[in-house]
Write a protein that binds this ligand. Structure first.
Ligand SMILES: [Zn+2]
Ligand SMILES: [Zn+2]
Length: 365
C-alpha cells in the first residue's frame, strides 16, 4: 500500500510502498477512505513532540472494514467506521468509571513475538505505527477498541473529522467543561479544534460564544459556525475585550492552540468561579504561569485529552448531530486532496489558510 512516511522532524513526508500485516486476533484491517490533517501531526513534524522514525503519521480517519481478526465479533467486512487514538481496554479503573480516554492499558500492543504491523515494502525494516492508527495510508491495521461503527449514509470525509478534531473540540465543551446553557464562553484559536469547540458551546446552549484569533478569515468562519462575538487578538489585549463583552469575565474559556501565553490569557479571562480548559498541545518543557491570588476566586484550569471522549458513544451521536444540522462539518473542510498533498496541507495549516485539509484515498469522494 501507499503511505506517507515520516523520517524525522523538519523533513517532508515521502510517499512510499509499505507492507501491512494481516489482522491479529483482536485487530481490524481498514481500507482508509479519508484522513484529516490535524495540528497534532504537525507538532511531530515540527519536532515539538518526539516520535520514533520511520513512522506513518495521521490519526483522524474513517474508512471501511476489510478484514477482522478471529476474536473480533463487533465488526464485519463492509462496516463503515471512524478510528480514534483513544484505544481503551474496557477493564481498568478509568474505563469502568466512564473515562476510557484516560485508559493507560498496554493491551493495545500486539502479542509478544508477533511481526510489526508495518514494514518497508519487501524488507524486514519496521515502520512505526502512529498513536495506534497511522491514517496517512491506504490501509490501517488497528485494535478493535480503536474504532466505532457508524451509519452507512455518513460521508466518510466528514466522518474522518469526527475522528480527532471534532471529537476533541465538541467533547471539550460537552464532556470536559460541561458547559451550561446560557453561560458565556470563549474559544482561543479558530482552527479545526477551536471551530469544533465553538460548535460544542453552541450545542450546549451557551449564551455568549466569543471566538479569538489573529486571522480575520478564521473569525468569519467562527461566526458562521456559532460564535456570537469575535475578537481579533492582533488588535490588542483580548482579555480586556472579553471582560467588556462578558461584563467581567467568562464562565468557560478554551485554549485551542497549544500556546503557554494563550493558556494564561484563557485563565485571566475567567470570571470568579469560571473554568479554563486547555485543549491545545503546549510544547514539552514549557510551564504555564498563573496569578496565585486568582485561586481565591475559585477560578479553575484543567487539561483535556481528545475531548474526554467515550468515542463509541459520542461519535455516532455526532454523526446524528450532522444529519440533524446541529453539527456543521461541510464548512470545516477547506481543501480535499490526495496523499501526495500532505506536505502542502501542513504548509497551508501553518500559514493559517485552512480549517482542515482532508486527504482522500481509494477513489473516495
Ligand atoms: Zn488530532
Ligand atoms: Zn482501560
Amino acid at each position: 500500500m501507499k503511505a506517507a512516511l515520516f523520517h524525522g522532524p523538519h523533513q517532508d513526508l515521502t510517499i512510499e510502498d509499505i507492507d501491512i500485516d494481516k489482522p491479529g486476533p483482536r485487530e481490524v484491517l481498514i481500507k482508509v477512505a479519508a484522513s484529516g490533517v490535524c495540528h497534532s501531526d504537525l507538532h511531530f513534524v515540527d519536532g515539538l513532540y518526539g516520535y520514533p522514525a520511520p513512522a506513518v503519521l495521521g490519526h483522524e480517519g474513517a474508512g471501511v472494514v476489510e478484514e477482522v481478526g478471529e476474536l473480533v465479533t463487533q465488526f464485519a467486512p463492509g462496516d463503515h467506521v471512524i478510528s480514534c487514538l483513544s484505544v481503551f481496554c474496557g477493564n481498568c479503573e478509568y474505563c469502568l468509571t466512564g473515562h476510557p480516554s484516560l485508559c493507560q492499558s498496554p493491551d493495545r500492543a500486539r502479542a509478544p513475538g508477533a511481526p510489526p504491523k508495518l514494514k518497508k515494502a519487501g524488507t524486514d525494516e519496521m515502520v512505526h505505527q502512529f498513536l495506534n492508527l497511522s491514517t496517512f495510508a491506504e490501509h490501517m491495521l488497528v485494535h478493535e477498541n480503536a474504532i466505532v461503527k457508524i451509519r452507512d449514509d455518513m460521508p466518510l470525509d466528514r466522518a474522518a473529522l469526527i475522528g480527532c478534531g471534532v471529537m476533541t473540540g465538541v467533547g471539550a465543551a460537552l464532556n470536559t467543561a460541561k458547559v451550561e446553557p446560557g453561560t458565556s464562553t470563549v474559544v482561543f484559536g479558530a482552527g479545526g479544534v477551536g471551530l469544533a469547540a465553538i460548535q460544542g458551546c453552541r450545542i450546549a446552549g451557551a449564551g455568549q460564544i466569543i471566538a479569538v484569533d489573529v486571522v480575520e478569515s478564521k473569525l468569519g468562519l467562527a461566526k458562521e459556525l456559532g460564535a456570537t462575538h469575535t475578537v481579533d487578538a492582533s488588535e490588542g489585549d483580548p482579555v480586556a475585550k472579553i471582560r467588556e463583552i462578558t461584563g467581567g469575565g467568562a464562565h468557560y474559556t478554551f485554549e485551542a492552540i497549544g500556546n503557554k501565553d494563550v493558556a494564561e490569557q484563557a485563565f485571566d479571562a475567567l470570571r470568579a468561579g469560571g473554568t479554563a480548559t486547555v485543549i491545545g498541545m503546549i510544547p514539552i518543557g514549557q510551564k504555564v504561569e498563573l496569578n496565585g491570588a486568582s485561586f481565591l476566586q475559585e477560578k479553575k484550569i484543567q487539561g483535556c485529552t481528545m475531548g474526554s471522549n467515550r468515542f463509541r458513544v459520542d461519535m455516532p451521536r455526532y454523526v446524528d448531530f450532522y444529519f440533524n444540522g446541529i453539527l456543521k462539518l461541510d464548512e470545516m473542510i477547506t481543501v480535499r486532496g490526495k496523499l501526495e498533498d500532505v506536505n502542502e496541507a501542513f504548509r497551508a495549516m501553518k500559514a493559517g489558510e485552512v480549517a482542515r485539509t482532508v486527504l482522500m484515498f481509494n477513489g473516495a469522494g
